[in-house]
Design a binder for this molecule. Structure first.
Ligand code: APR
Length: 238
């Protein structure tokens, strides 16, 4: 972290934008690359509306497995460092692509979950969304008889326009954007640093490696998320 001398006390409206790399150190696999979810599972069979309509039981088996995996994991030093920044600077906003709920379990609030949550289900027939932390989920059907659907943004789904709007508003107001552990390949990951930059914010990317969107960030930290965040925020790692 020697390459970046930056004092968080100089910033007042911080936005963290997080991806699967943040939760990797908690033991949750990322999506892409070696050991990634999409290297093992074809999303067309497990993570899109067509797959769900074709075979909801198979899609639920996959999501039950993911729920079990995440439930057995704990937030790591990176999640805790972000929550601590938010505690001392209440205007801090967290925009995440993660569906694991680990930010909230680390004590964070004001989390914009762009891709939904593993821990909510939706009945599309009744237009109903409810929290659900059962592992495995039982029953898989709502009282109306329709299958619950994970409240997750699958491939081909629209993002919630309200969430996009909140995210854009936070980025337009922020003075520092810190992106952590995202490959930046999924919309709107590439747009977020642009919005922050246009608003005059300082932008930092934390990732183990260069990504397709690295060039959009002013500063790049090539370390594991937890160590980089702990150093940046000066919170203890354990
Ligand atoms: N510290 C920092 N970065 C890390 C770490 C780590 N310990 N481990 C992995 N990374 C980085 C990888 O280098 C990679 O760039 O995290 C990134 C993970 O990328 P993806 O697997 O593509 O995850 P993400 O960007 O969150 O994916 C976006 O794609 O399939 C969809 O909906 C899914 O939300 C997901 C979206």
């Amino acid at each position: 972290m020697d390459e970046l001398k930056l004092d968080l006390r100089d910033f007042h409206r911080i936005v963290f934008f997080t991806g699967a790399g943040l939760s990797a150190e908690s033991g949750i696999p990322t999506y892409r690359g070696h050991g990634g979810v999409w290297a093992e599972y074809n999303y067309e069979d497990f993570a899109c509306q067509q797959a769900f309509l074709r075979d909801p039981e198979k899609v639920w088996d996959f999501h039950d497995k993911r729920r079990a995996k995440v439930a057995a994991c704990e937030p790591n030093a990176g999640h805790r460092a972000i929550a601590e920044v938010q505690r001392t600077k209440p205007e801090t906003v967290i925009i995440t692509q993660n569906i694991d709920g680990l930010h909230q379990r680390a004590g964070a609030t004001n989390v914009i979950e762009l891709h939904g949550s593993l821990w909510r289900v939706r009945c599309e027939d009744e237009d109903l969304v409810v929290p659900n932390d059962q592992v495995p989920i039982e029953p898989r059907r709502c009282t109306c008889g329709a299958y619950w659907r994970p409240d997750i943004v699958w491939f081909g789904d629209m993002l919630d326009p309200g969430n996009i709007e909140r995210a854009i508003r936070a980025l337009q107001k922020c003075d520092l954007l810190i992106s952590v552990g995202t490959s930046g390949v999924v919309y709107p990951a590439a747009d977020l640093p642009r919005i922050a930059m246009e608003s005059g914010a300082t932008t930092i990317e934390i990732n183990l490696e260069d990504t397709r969107v690295s060039r959009l960030y002013q500063h790049r930290i090539r370390h594991a998320a937890s160590a980089a965040l702990a150093a940046l925020t000066e919170t203890p790692i354990c």
